[in-house]
Design a protein around this ligand. Structure first.
Ligand SMILES: Cc1cc2nc3c(=O)[nH]c(=O)nc-3n(C[C@H](O)[C@H](O)[C@H](O)COP(=O)(O)OP(=O)(O)OC[C@H]3O[C@@H](n4cnc5c(N)ncnc54)[C@H](O)[C@@H]3O)c2cc1C
Length: 466
């Protein structure tokens, strides 16, 4: 039995590492970060080989989140990071078998010939459509408010973020802020305009623009590596140590691993939803659902030599109606320097997702062959790939589908009830790196103040970028 820590953190992915980083700033606060794998970073895993640098997990994050900016500054990573501004790096959606450029501002999107003038008028029907009751799927909700012409574009957005299925993701789960606007103002467009007016008034004179995608010369692993560097590996971090159960004993949290028992006044579960639910089951307060769906993908890094070229920009996404093998591809060597040797390009194709788990069963050779065949129909990629590598992430992307809002409410109530318990991580209040950092900051602040965390008070209206 070890000494009692102020805080035990389970999971050393970005969420747990960020909580640890913030707790280190509290003088005299003892903590222990417990990780099942040999390495930290969780879903973050950069893969460097033969001069090519690909990502098995996240490729980057937008620089529009104040907490992430603070973290970069505090760690000094703001001096190292690479940025690819959305204003320069255009994106495409595959429509009717070819790539269509998508403007990044709502006004430009509306002006572009992406949908017919009649369909644009139908979008404006949002101004008088009543909010749909219950828990509509993204697809039901978009059809109701804006008409079905927008569905392929919305599909591309949720393919790019959740690798998800808009017939199953629920709007209250994936865009709670927009749903709140709809309910408050009777229309999303009206709500957004009011919000913009208020923001313009507040920010008058300040420079506005599109955010930039952020990564590092060594890839995203650098973020996890830097957050780990400062941890005292004898006292503050335990790797190769899977937690098997948690319980509450005499006002303390007790954490069991194969060889040890740890005690903490606070317990942070910084885990993907399903891993957290597995541990929380022993507390005797059953959740409305035992687990949620996850979407798994593979990333196929493909390098090509002389003669191959990529269109300018960030990459493309393909909605399901296009019936393509790849969900999309990132034009990685366009975005950040050093991703491919001289005279080569690197693209990273994404395959699988919620709708095509069967493709993940294919062997590497077939995946590469099928991905190259698919990409060649859209891009100028003559010759055989100079480099091909299938990267298989360990975990999936949590899907916020039917019942998720009730699950989130259950978690919030549990955190209010169980003193010193904080449940954060992949799939709780979002799935992106910025969501993880933002929530980790809130959790560490609650610990600092000795308060319980009840979840996000009012849902943020997140901007959508393709
Ligand atoms: C393929 C893929 C692509 C993505 N792309 C992007 C992107 O481009 N941009 C973006 O913003 N986000 C992206 N994301 C999401 C992003 O990776 C996550 O938001 C983030 O990494 C989640 O961090 P986390 O620490 O909450 O969870 P995780 O990274 O899953 O970390 C949880 C940690 O807990 C450990 N653990 C689990 N169970 C136990 C246990 N019982 N005991 C001890 N340790 C345990 C795990 O080993 C892991 O290290 C992507 C995710 C995936 C999977």
């Amino acid at each position: 039995m070890k000494t009692t820590q102020d805080t035990l953190i389970i999971g050393a992915g970005l969420s747990g590492l960020t909580v640890a980083w913030k707790l280190r700033q509290m003088p005299g606060h003892s903590f222990l970060l417990i990780e099942q794998s040999a390495t930290t970073g969780g879903a973050i895993r950069s893969h460097s080989e033969n001069g090519f640098l690909a990502e098995c997990g996240p490729h980057g994050f937008l620089d529009n989140c104040p907490e992430s900016k603070t973290l970069l500054k505090e760690t000094g990573l703001d001096q190292e990071c690479l940025k690819a501004p959305l204003s320069k790096f255009v994106r495409y959606v595959c429509m009717n078998g070819s790539l269509r450029l998508i403007p990044q501002s709502p006004a430009k999107i509306l002006a572009a010939p992406l949908i017919s003038p009649l369909q644009k008028l139908r979008v404006l029907a949002d101004l008088w459509k009543k909010p749909l009751a219950g828990e509509p799927t993204v697809s039901e909700w978009v059809r109701h408010r804006f008409g079905k012409a927008l569905l392929p574009y919305v599909d591309a957005v949720f393919t790019g973020t959740y690798a998800g299925d808009l017939e199953r993701l629920v709007i209250d789960g994936v865009m709670p802020g927009v749903r709140q606007l709809e309910k408050e103002h009777g229309s999303v467009i009206r709500g957004l305009l009011k919000k913009k007016k208020a923001a313009d008034k507040k920010n008058s004179g300040k420079k506005k623009g599109l955010p930039a995608m952020t990564s590092f010369p060594q890839g995203m692993t650098r973020l996890a590596e830097r957050l780990t560097e400062e941890l005292n590996s004898d006292k503050e971090l335990l790797t190769n140590c899977p937690v098997s159960s948690i319980s509450r004993k005499n006002g303390c949290w007790q954490v069991e691993t194969a060889g040890d028992t740890f005690l903490g006044r606070n317990l942070v579960l910084a885990l993907p939803v399903n891993r957290a639910l597995a541990l929380l089951a022993s507390l005797g307060d059953p959740p409305p659902q035992a687990e949620i769906a996850e979407a798994r993908i593979v990333t196929i890094g493909l390098g090509f030599g002389k003669g191959a070229s990529l269109p300018p920009g960030f990459g493309y996404l393909s909605p399901e109606q296009e019936q393509r093998f790849c969900l999309g591809a990132l034009f990685s060597s366009n975005m950040f320097p050093g991703r491919a040797p001289a005279d080569h390009i690197l693209l990273e194709a994404l395959v699988g997702g919620r709708r095509h788990p069967e493709r993940l069963e294919l062997d590497d050779e077939t995946l590469i062959k099928e991905a190259v065949r698919d990409l060649r129909e859209l891009l100028d990629l003559p010759g055989e790939p100079a480099y091909a590598r299938v990267l298989r992430p360990r975990g999936g992307i949590p899907q916020l589908e039917a019942g998720y809002p009730a699950l989130l409410q259950w978690r919030n109530a549990l955190m209010q009830k169980e003193k010193g318990l904080y449940v954060t991580g992949f799939g709780w209040e979002g799935i992106g790196l910025n969501d993880m950092i933002k929530t980790a900051f809130r959790v560490s602040e609650a610990i600092k103040q000795g308060e319980q965390d009840g979840g996000e008070e009012s849902a943020e209206v997140k901007k959508v970028y393709f």
